[in-house]
Design a protein around this ligand. Structure first.
Ligand SMILES: Nc1ncnc2c1ncn2[C@@H]1O[C@H](COP(=O)(O)OP(=O)(O)OP(=O)(O)O)[C@@H](O)[C@H]1O
Ligand SMILES: [Mg+2]
Length: 316
């Protein structure tokens, strides 16, 4: 099954570390590490780590865009970049090693016109995806409701649309209807118009979203509590194993990568959510922008499956 990821606001992520952040002084940093970033691109990288393939579609501007492309090619990720004017953005993060706190500076990115976004959608159409994944923020220049158009487009080309975003962008796309949503608790709360859902309201809220025709499957990610899988037929909690947390950067994208890969391999919804949680938790075990190691995923998945077998309700 063919997977295509769409990243409308890609970035070159630069990270470094320093012992302490001190104002007005030169701070000696460790060598800069470069990574390809932006929601959909991260998902493509995660799928590759799991041994799968996808094509990452994104706008590329200037020398930074070219750099981004070459980093992805080195990582053996298939790409289709559409050249745009302006310079692809660079994000910068610094870890203060004395405290292990990470400071993340994210830039807005160049403007993307609707016409350029349409060009990206035509590239997607040529690839005939079974699954289309969009993740991340929208660049300046596009209306907040742009993912609604992408949702309508996905229907037209018969692709199952999976979206991981927040706020008005998420609400608009959900109104159009899509296949799978992966909101965290805050995003789901906002989507159903509640300030903050209590844990015992999550299943009903997600089911309400499904009944309203907004999507077919919801996987609510709950950070260290794992995730709640909700479909029309029922729900199941998938716990996250306790892991030594180093950086939660990329946990959400890793989770989506695991889920889409699982779907494309024909796995059940339960397995999909279990693999998603394993990838998300594996991502928290790595420092900085690094996503996850496949062997960590394998180990965590064994734990999650055994937990499910042991504690799932059985007739007695
Ligand atoms: N502290 C943690 N311990 C164990 N697993 C975690 C932790 N934080 C996140 N995860 C894993 O990552 C998954 C996604 O995390 P989370 O719910 O925080 O998503 P998110 O808020 O969308 O994250 P992001 O900021 O990357 O968008 C969780 O379902 C869980 O499997
Ligand atoms: Mg997220």
């Amino acid at each position: 099954m063919k997977i295509v990821t769409l990243t409308l606001n890609p970035a070159l992520d630069k990270s470094s570390s320093v012992e302490r952040l001190i104002p007005e002084q030169k701070m000696r940093c460790t060598p800069l590490q470069l990574d390809a970033g932006g929601g959909g691109i991260n998902v493509s990288k995660g799928i590759r780590k799991l041994g799968g393939r996808s094509t990452a579609v994104f706008p590329s501007g200037g020398a930074t865009g070219l750099r981004l492309q070459s980093i992805l090619q080195e990582a053996d990720v298939d790409i289709r970049a559409h050249t745009v004017q302006g310079e692809t953005r660079e994000n910068f993060s610094v870890t203060e090693t004395a405290t292990n706190l990470q400071y993340r500076f994210t830039m807005p990115g160049p403007e993307l016109t609707e016409q350029q976004a349409e060009a990206l959608l035509s590239i997607v159409a040529q690839l005939h995806p079974d699954y289309l994944v969009a993740s991340g923020s929208l660049p300046p220049g596009l209306p907040e409701t742009y993912y609604e158009k992408v949702a309508a487009f996905a229907k037209k080309i018969n692709a199952r649309f999976i979206l991981d975003t927040s706020g008005a962008a998420l609400a608009a796309a959900a109104d159009e209807g899509l296949y799978l949503l992966k909101p965290n608790l805050g995003e789901l709360s906002a989507l159903v118009g509640v300030k903050k859902l209590e844990m015992n309201q999550v299943d009903d809220a997600a089911l309400e979203v499904i009944r309203q025709g907004k999507c077919e499957v919801v996987v609510v990610s709950l950070g260290p509590q794992g995730a709640l899988l909700v479909t029309r037929d029922g729900f199941e909690h998938i716990p996250a194993p306790t892991a030594e947390k180093r950086s939660t950067v990329g946990a959400g994208d890793s989770m989506v990568a695991g889920m889409v890969w699982a779907l494309s391999e024909g796995k059940s919804f339960r397995e999909m959510a279990q693999i998603g949680v394993a990838c998300g938790t594996a991502a928290t075990m790595n420092p900085g922008t690094e996503l996850f190691h496949a062997d960590d995923v394998e180990r965590l998945l064994t734990w999650i499956r055994e937990y499910g077998e042991r504690y799932r309700f059985k007739d007695f």
